[in-house]
Design a binder for this molecule. Structure first.
Ligand SMILES: [Fe+2]
Ligand SMILES: [Fe+2]
Length: 158
């Protein structure tokens, strides 16, 4: 029987934590009705780094596996729709009437994507990755994330 390493939470827990952070940030705008460029920039930064990490380290390891291949292809497309939406939002002022509508559509796209990852892809991927692969990818993603946060917030120590 394989013993789970309690020290490392595994790549899927790391990614799920990112999802929770993004959902919390969307909630600030959509539930607490706080329109702010700052919150949107946080969403953008969090999603950008998260998607890049998945595309760089997780999806390539899975995209040739028959069990998840189609889901991975769909994921790349959903990421790209999300990125396009974020770009559109970038050129809008939060006072523009369309801004909130676009944030809602972006949230719908991301919610759908998170639901598919956590409900279908991650559970299958968990069984595909070896313990060693999982650990390697976790390390790479954590490194990427800490480099990105160091770059985005100069002078801030985590
Ligand atoms: Fe994700
Ligand atoms: Fe994703």
């Amino acid at each position: 029987m394989e013993k789970k390493n309690k020290m490392s939470s595994g790549v899927f827990d790391v990614l799920k934590q990112d999802h929770r952070n993004v959902q919390h940030l969307f909630g600030r705008i959509l539930k607490e009705h706080k329109r702010s460029d700052e919150t949107f920039n946080e969403i953008k930064q969090e999603l950008k780094v998260h998607m890049a990490a998945e595309e760089k380290f997780l999806y390539p390891v899975l995209e040739n596996n028959e069990k998840v291949k189609d889901m991975i292809l769909e994921s790349y497309e959903e990421h790209s729709v999300g990125k396009e939406m974020m770009e559109k939002l970038e050129h809008d002022s939060k006072d523009d009437a369309h801004w909130l509508a676009k944030v809602k559509v972006l949230n719908d796209v991301i919610e759908h994507h998170i639901g598919e990852e956590e409900g279908m892809m991650f559970p299958k991927a968990k069984n595909i990755l070896s313990k060693q692969q999982n650990e390697e990818i976790t390390g790479l993603i954590q490194q990427e994330k800490s480099e990105a946060s160091a770059g985005s917030a100069p002078g801030e120590l985590e």
